[in-house]
Design a protein around this ligand. Sequence first.
Ligand code: AMP
Length: 217
Amino acid sequence: MRVVLLGPPGAGKGTQAERIKDKFRLTRIATGDLLRETVRRGTSLGRQAQDFMLRGRLVPDRVILALMRDKIREGVSGFILDGFPRSITQAEKLDKLLEAENKKLDLVINLEVNHNEMISRLKGRVICPECGRTYNKDEFVDQPLICKDCGTHLSQRSDDNPDAIEERLKVYLRHTLPLVDYYKGKGILRSISGKGSPQGVFQRIVDLLYSPGSIGI
Ligand code: AMP
């Protein structure tokens, strides 16, 4: 099964992609995580990406595609894509990469959340720099911001600041939202409400994947 998870920043793509990966034994390919890792390692690709990320802009396609090409080929028997594609051009490139392997996408899950919820999630988001687990500050009233899995001190992502958040939302509306119609046209888009608890949203995704006429798992 080859699945894309779409949705605005703060929709919960990372959290849900991780759960889908575990339950359906897929490879999770998350461009944001790959890029942050590349930046941490200080590689040439990382240096090219860093500035765009800090400002909330899209990293140029040549950098993204250099990063994704092999990952897609390696994971082609079953993957969940999180954060890619983010534009029609990237979606067309993805189709071509899959075509070359005689494969195609099975499903695109579009996570829907409203504007206020998105902003409050992004502003409250803290992550574990060690294991990548994501939390909301509200979960830690009067408690230290420490990862419940590995005990590492949690921090905010450098692009979860008001200016970068505003830019990411603009970028989403301009470049990524058109993908909803692109995949609707291909008949593989299903929209799911991203409101509520991570467990509640995940249950809706599982129900969708097991529903008759879905992708036959
Ligand atoms: P994310 O972790 O998915 O929110 O991504 C963080 C940042 O990485 C984005 O704001 C972009 O700057 C960059 N990024 C992630 N995925 C892509 C992509 N497919 N195309 C271009 N830039 C990306």
